[in-house]
Design a protein around this ligand. Structure first.
Ligand code: PMP
Length: 357
């Protein structure tokens, strides 16, 4: 008999970000800032000293230590991954089995359900309300009723830009005894991290990434922070050399430059506020959108019936944002990129530029 793909694999397609080349990319929530010339030249020196003929450190000790020092956590509780995406895959592989259930909220980062599905687990989904907030009581109740093995959500959330308070997340942890994976990919832009208490919970894994505020999406570097037992599991089940030597060494350097990183963060927040302000004015003065959601991340979510049309027309002007059904998710770009986007929106919606001011 001929080889057959399993049902699970039959309809899978490779992940495809928007193809083609565009002048302004505001679709992937990356940092718009390049590393400084000084930092790049330091990385050049590091590259000279690296031995690429040798395997990397399996535990990525140095970069984990730098991460731990940067965020004030115990380095023993930190595990590095090839982006936090890899860590999500590792977690699903390790903790979910066929017949298990994962609870996610909707909308949230789509990879949670994807990796759970690969592990053969079923995904149970709880919809958010009109304000796109997580109903914490509903989440606790659903997790218990459905007897899920794991709850996974992002805080703050991609794609909504909304954030839960620390106290709300603590309540979820206290009320549930299943594994809770708290994805803090965008927490550098917000102030409600649970990192400093990660080691105190026996059912919590926190994920962080260098792809957003730290500006290293191309390096592929993420971290899981959890108590010793859970950290040991992650280290035991990951592939031995999951983070390459260059990512480890470059990550260690960049995470040692706290001041530079804080300066970059301030610039991103300034740009995010400017973008949110201009989009809100477009909504208030000209009613062009149904809703512009306040945000605690580096992107703004806009609700509009014309999302698809606007998305397509922006593309023809070489500006790309993320189209998500009746929503557009727009990453904060540089001031020049924001201007290009906002001017293009004015053209598409036939508005005077004065609406932006
Ligand atoms: N979690 C969330 C919520 C994200 O938005 C992303 C990136 N889009 C990731 C995880 C993955 O980040 P990375 O693999 O680049 O660390």
């Amino acid at each position: 008999m001929a080889f057959q793909l399993s049902e699970k694999l039959k309809n899978m397609v490779p992940y495809e970000p928007i193809s083609g080349s565009y002048d302004v990319r505001l679709d992937a929530n990356e940092s718009f800032l390049e590393l400084s010339d000084d930092l790049k030249s330091e990385l050049g020196d590091v590259l000279q000293r690296i031995s690429l003929n040798r395997y990397p450190d399996p535990l990525a000790a140095e970069v984990c230590e730098r991460f731990a020092a940067y965020y004030g956590v115990d380095p023993d509780l930190v595990t590095a991954g090839n982006g936090s995406d890899e860590l999500l895959n590792i977690i699903c592989n390790a903790f979910l089995e066929p017949g298990n259930k994962l609870l996610t909220v909707l909308p949230d980062f789509s990879m949670y359900a994807f990796y759970a599905g690969l592990s053969g687990a079923e995904t149970v989904t709880l919809k958010k309300d009109a304000d796109l907030q997580i109903d914490v009581d509903g989440l606790i109740e659903t997790a218990r009723r459905e007897q899920v093995s794991c709850v996974m959500f992002s805080n703050p959330c991609n794609p909504t830009g909304q954030g839960l308070k620390r106290e709300q997340v603590r309540r979820i942890l206290k009320e549930l005894d299943c594994l809770v994976v708290l994805d803090e990919a965008y927490m550098d832009f917000y102030t409600e991290s649970l990192l400093d208490e990660a080691g105190d919970h026996d059912n919590l894994i926190i994920l962080r990434t260098c792809s957003k505020a730290i500006g290293l999406a191309g390096l592929r570097l993420g971290f899981a922070v959890a108590n010793r037992t859970l950290s040991n599991v992650l280290r035991a089940v990951k592939s031995p050399y999951n983070v390459n030597t260059v990512s480890q060494a470059f990550g260690a350097v960049v995470l040692s430059h706290r001041e530079e990183e804080q300066k970059a963060l301030a610039q991103i927040l300034e740009s995010r506020d400017a973008l949110y302000g201009a989009l809100s004015r477009m909504q208030e003065k000209a009613g062009c959108f149904e809703r512009v959601y306040p945000t605690v991340t580096n992107f703004v979510l806009v609700k509009t019936d014309r999302a698809q049309e606007i998305f397509e027309k922006l593309k023809t002007r070489s500006v790309v944002v993320r189209f998500m059904g009746g929503y557009l998710r727009i990453t904060a770009g540089s001031p020049a990129e924001n201007k290009r986007l906002l001017d293009a929106l004015c053209d598409i919606l036939e508005l005077e530029r004065t609406v932006l001011a």
